[in-house]
Design a protein around this ligand. Structure first.
Ligand code: HEC
Length: 151
């Protein structure tokens, strides 16, 4: 009998623990998710900033840093969908509900920009920095911000 009681208590503790963890996650309206994606977006902005700076006034010796930033940007852009847990729109978020109602398109837009960034890195490696510089403008953050981010 004592063993049974131990099992019952153990099950209750587990169920309660899972509930608290879930409530915390959803109860904050996906706020943790928001902070993850906000941090990710700022990293994305920083890497694009490096590419733009080098495109504007970089010289041949910046090619390594340029390639690194473009590859980092590509990886970061590919991570975007993983930070948009279903319907996580706390008050501070600018995420639009269309993200989840058009989920496949949202993922495609993220992947497309990731591929553009990877292409910039490849161009720098194969055709050189001067050719790649011009392609920095091919990055189109607005292709996602316009349909999926609130004003
Ligand atoms: C696939 C969609 C997508 C792409 C691609 C994307 N973003 Fe975002 N970004 C968003 C969404 C949605 C938000 C709002 C998130 C929120 O508030 O919950 C956001 C927010 C941001 C923020 C946070 C501050 C703010 O204005 O809300 C920055 C900075 C940002 N993006 C920069 C960029 C840059 C720079 C690029 C391109 C290199 C980019 N993003 C590409 C979807 C995207």
């Amino acid at each position: 009998m004592k063993n049974l009681r131990v099992i019952v208590v153990a099950v209750l503790v587990t169920v309660l623990g899972v509930n608290i963890a879930t409530a915390r996650h959803h109860g904050e309206g996906g706020e943790r998710d928001f902070h993850t994606r906000d941090g990710l977006m700022h990293l994305i902005g920083a890497q694009r900033g490096i590419l733009r700076d080098i495109a504007k006034e970089g010289s041949a010796e910046d090619v390594g840093e340029f390639i690194r930033a473009a590859n980092a940007l590509s990886a970061l852009l590919a991570m975007i969908p993983s930070t948009f847990e279903k319907n996580s729109m706390p008050d501070i978020s600018r995420a639009k509900p269309e993200i989840w109602s058009n989920w496949d398109d949202f993922v495609t837009v993220a992947n497309t920009q990731s591929i553009v960034a990877a292409g910039i890195a490849t161009t720098a490696m194969t055709e050189g920095l001067e050719v790649a510089k011009v392609r920095v403008d091919d990055l189109d953050c607005g292709s996602c911000h316009t349909p999926y981010r609130k004003e």
